[in-house]
Ligand binder design. Structure first.
Ligand code: PAF
Length: 287
């Protein structure tokens, strides 16, 4: 563990100056945006950033703009001490941890209209969510002008929203998407897993089992997306996961519906277990 204390910055102007100074000293800058409650998935993003960047900044900010009125903003897990300890242990260069008013001051009223890829799936269940994500991520790109920003594939649609936004708005930061990190039984790591009751934690394994089966089916030659989706649904229902928001196979770039899996495609699942909403995904015919 480094013996200097971790550098924490709380204001927009300080972080911008800090990042620009690191850039001017010739360092390649990596950015890992998070909402805290860090787990191995987040830490894997930090490690990926440290592999290719000489200066790594992590942001911790529970972004109110991406939570709907009936969602879990107030009860979203906040574990700042543990988060800072883990980041310190990894030797992160700086943590940006602003207060809400620093990023959304009184009178704030400008939002990013997210790209079309935000419309289906999560967009249908969480109508303002990607507007909030696109807005905060663009703000972070402006405040922490990084060479590369790291996001987890677990939030597949979010990654596509950010990619399309960055391309459409000429954001110079490169977007790197890192693999999903799973528990030993296959459950994708998520800050929200801690809300699951012991019974639902057991049922939750069905998501990765359904996705594994989707991958197997496609590898075995099934090309009808509806057949793969139906099988995923069967596996979820058999495991007692019956509040299925969606279990679909769609085009991996646009997230539009496809009949045949004849292009890069992704299987995406969203379910509710008790009061917890879980999402997971698998690329089906990635090269
Ligand atoms: O994935 C997350 O944790 C958040 O959506 C992000 C990208 C940090 C924006 O608040």
């Amino acid at each position: 563990m480094p013996d200097v204390p971790i550098q924490i910055i709380r204001t927009a102007s300080d972080i911008r100056h800090g990042i620009l100074a690191a850039r001017h000293s010739g360092k390649r800058i990596g950015l890992v945006p998070t909402m805290g409650a860090l787990h191995e998935g987040h830490l894997s993003l930090v490690r990926a950033a440290q592999k290719v960047c000489e200066f790594v900044a992590v942001t911790i900010f529970v972004n109110p703009a991406q939570f709907g009125p009936n969602e879990d903003f107030d009860k979203y897990p906040r574990t700042i001490d543990e988060d800072l300890e883990a980041l310190h242990e990894l030797g992160v260069d700086v943590v940006f941890m602003p207060e809400r008013d620093e990023l959304y001051p009184k009178g704030f009223s400008t939002y990013v209209l997210p790209p079309a890829v935000a419309d289906p799936l999560e967009g249908q269940y969480r109508p303002e969510h990607f507007r909030g994500v696109a807005t905060i991520v663009l703000k972070l790109f402006n405040l922490l002008p990084a060479d590369v920003a790291f996001f987890g594939q677990k939030d597949f649609q979010q990654c596509q929203v950010i990619r399309h936004m960055a391309e459409d708005l000429n954001v110079p930061t490169e977007i790197q998407v890192c693999p999903i990190i799973r528990e030993p039984d296959g459950l994708a790591m998520s800050s929200r897993n801690r809300y699951l009751s012991p019974e639902d934690r057991v049922r939750a394994v069905a998501l990765s089992q359904a996705l594994d089966e989707a991958v197997r089916q496609v590898q075995g030659g099934t090309i009808e997306s509806s057949a793969v989706a139906e099988r995923m649904r069967d596996i979820l229902l058999k495991a007692g996961v019956n509040k299925i928001d969606y279990a679909v196979v769609v085009d991996a770039d646009t997230l539009g519906a496809i009949d045949q899996i004849d292009r890069p495609a992704v299987a995406l699942i969203a379910v509710r277990l008790g009061s917890t909403r879980l999402i997971d995904n698998a690329l089906l015919n990635a090269e």
